[in-house]
Design a protein around this ligand. Structure first.
Ligand code: NAG
Ligand code: NAG
Length: 235
């Protein structure tokens, strides 16, 4: 009996200290170091793509992306592949990509005959924060193209803030950089306003999150109770 309870306690405490899914995140400095070697700095590359895209589609409110340590702190709350999903104020690249593609297609359709062949979250205009982090395990993100299903096995993830949603109304038409609230860059990208002004703040998003964290809290309380009881029994 004691052994069984001991095993239960061990199992539950292992659950409490579950392993991290996010290993290391790139910082602003590591992008620059990386850029000198093999790859180009992903942040400056994305901002170039954003600028080009807003010229092509005449988007007035495409924001500049910046590395953001606050977003990294947020991301580190995720512990498993299953937890790598959109939050109330951030979105994970490739998570439910089909839905994002549908929004992008709806936006592009009236103006172009040929849709952009690839979808990428870095073209979402209201995003201002970005981080890229390596994962400790391969996480699968399924998506569809035509009637084929693909499963992207990610070894790193890109996370964008501070919007939890993406819709056609995020795009404002007009000359690039003409609808910025805090000025624009040389490349006509909007300079990011304070985070609080950009957050989605929708009741559904935050409601969902608090419900999930409540479940988490109850789970750990139950675990602690089990451990406490086990200790009492073992005495
Ligand atoms: C992420 O993983 C790659 C490949 O293993 C490695 O080269 C790179 O340095 C890692 N990045 C960070 C920030 O640790
Ligand atoms: C789906 O697949 C079938 C057979 O592989 C093909 O004939 C059809 O054109 C495809 N449909 C679309 C929408 O791609």
């Amino acid at each position: 009996m004691k052994t069984l309870l001991g095993l239960v306690a061990l199992f539950l405490s292992a659950n409490l200290y579950s392993t991290e899914i996010i290993s290391a995140c790139y910082t602003e400095k590591s992008y620059e170091e990386n850029a000198r070697e093999k790859y180009r700095n992903p942040l400056s590359l994305m901002n170039e793509m954003r600028a080009e895209y807003s010229v092509k589609h005449q988007i007035a409110n495409m924001h500049e992306l910046k590395y953001d340590y606050e977003l990294e702190k947020e991301a580190r709350k995720m512990k498993t592949c299953a937890e790598l999903k959109h939050g109330s104020n951030y979105r994970i690249a490739r998570y439910k990509q089909d839905e994002s593609v549908a929004v992008r297609d709806e936006f592009e359709k009236p103006s172009v005959k040929e849709l952009h062949p690839f979808y990428s979250m870095y073209l979402e205009p209201l995003m201002t924060a970005f981080i890229r982090c390596n994962l400790t395990a391969k996480c699968e993100f399924p998506f569809h193209e035509g009637n084929r299903t693909f499963r992207h096995r990610a070894t790193f993830i890109d996370i964008y803030g501070y919007r939890g949603t993406f819709s056609v109304s995020d795009f404002q038409r007009g000359p690039p950089g003409s609808k910025c609230t805090h000025g624009k860059t040389e490349k006509d990208l909007c300079i990011a306003p304070p985070r609080s002004e950009m957050e989605t703040g929708g009741a559904t998003g935050s409601g969902q999150e608090s419900k999930e964290s409540n479940i988490g809290a109850v789970n750990s309380m139950v675990s602690y109770l089990f451990i406490a009881l086990t200790i009492v029994f073992l005495k």
